[in-house]
Design a protein around this ligand. Structure first.
Ligand code: GLY
Length: 347
């Protein structure tokens, strides 16, 4: 047997055994569906509107999250996002397109308000998947994307309050009456003990059953410069398979990087799991692998949260999280945009 025909034959055998999984569902949703993190209520509404008008599911998802990237009030995404420890905003994003099974991503991107658009350009206009730092910025410049200062006054004041409250042993001194001058900062002092992550993920399925997804973030607040989270890493902060479904995530990125959780959830859907079962499986895998006592509560459960947003090819959707009972995620289908409660493992 010639080598090539042997390899082809072996491939056929493998496909029917090792890689056997439930075949792609023929079911299509009767209406486009978009699912997103809780900060994406307007995003899912716009995404579904665009898909109803015939828009591609990835373009719809990107248009949806652009609303949050440009919102100065969201301190976890794009313009207005909290900066790194030196006061510089560094953004991460990735996109994935179901019909072509292609993706693109940027990490540690500075000065660009819509990193999701740059991630989509990496997918469409390069032979690469991930560009980082200065290279990502130069690529954005090459495409004529304007640079701007992403550090809003609100984010700068939060960062400075964090920096001045870090240690009595350094040279940064907070003014005595800061919270009298800026009462809104009080709640931020309470949050400094808990590191702030945010992020928006949006996953869409159109009425043909085609899928697109995007995740975009300013990442962990006050991170070490150059720290990259899960949001620009395909398989961690986002993954999809056009035959089955999509999963995206927010929360502690390191946990998703160590478990490739979004890939895991999509694989679970390939094996026949519902979106809810798949999201809970990803949560449980993180719990199982979270062995560092520094990251555990007294009962051994994770001292952090990770949330998953899932939709399958038929338009069934779910939101799951490790903890935070009562927290919500956003969904839009034929019943319009709304917030629904996440299914959680722990209160
Ligand atoms: N999930 C966002 C981050 O950890 O950067």
């Amino acid at each position: 047997m010639k080598r090539r025909s042997f390899i082809q034959g072996a491939g056929t055998a493998l496909a029917s055994s090792v890689f056997a999984s439930q075949s792609p569902t023929a079911t299509k949703p009767n209406h486009p569906v978009a699912v997103a993190s809780g900060n994406g209520l307007k995003s899912v509404e716009l995404a579904v509107k665009q898909m109803l008008a015939g828009g591609d599911p990835l373009d719809a998802a990107v248009a949806g999250v652009n609303l949050v990237e440009e919102d100065p009030e969201d301190t976890s995404v794009g313009y207005g996002g909290l900066p790194n420890e030196r006061g510089v905003v560094e953004l991460d994003s990735c996109v994935m397109h179901g019909p072509t099974h292609n993706g693109g991503a940027v990490a540690s991107l500075r000065n660009i308000k819509y990193p999701s658009r740059v991630a989509r350009l990496v997918m469409k206009r390069t032979d690469h998947v991930l560009l980082v730092g200065q290279g990502a910025l130069e690529f954005a410049r090459a495409h004529g994307i304007p640079e701007e200062n992403l550090l809003t006054e609100k984010a700068r004041k939060i960062w400075l309050a964090w920096k001045e409250s870090l240690s009595k042993g350094d040279d940064w001194l907070p003014p005595e009456d800061l919270t009298a001058q800026e009462p809104w900062l009080k709640k931020w002092y309470e949050r400094f003990a808990k590191r702030h992550t945010g992020t928006i993920n949006c996953c869409c399925v159109d009425k043909n059953g085609d899928i697109g997804g995007v995740t975009t973030t300013s990442g962990l607040a006050f991170k070490i410069p150059g720290r990259v989270g899960d949001s620009p890493i395909l398989g961690a902060g986002l993954f999809l398979d056009n035959g089955y479904g999509a999963c995206g995530s927010t929360g502690r990125g390191e946990a998703n990087l160590l478990n490739l959780s979004s890939f895991l959830a999509v694989e679970e859907m390939r094996r026949g799991a519902s979106p809810r079962e798949a999201g809970l499986a990803a949560c449980k895998r993180i719990v199982e692998h979270n062995r560092d006592p520094r990251l555990q509560k007294a009962d051994g459960s994770p001292d952090f949260n990770v949330k998953f947003f899932l939709v399958n090819k038929a338009g069934d959707y779910a939101g799951c999280a490790i903890r935070d009972r009562g927290a919500k995620y956003a969904v839009c289908d034929e019943n319009g945009p709304r917030l629904e409660e996440l299914t959680v493992l722990y209160d």
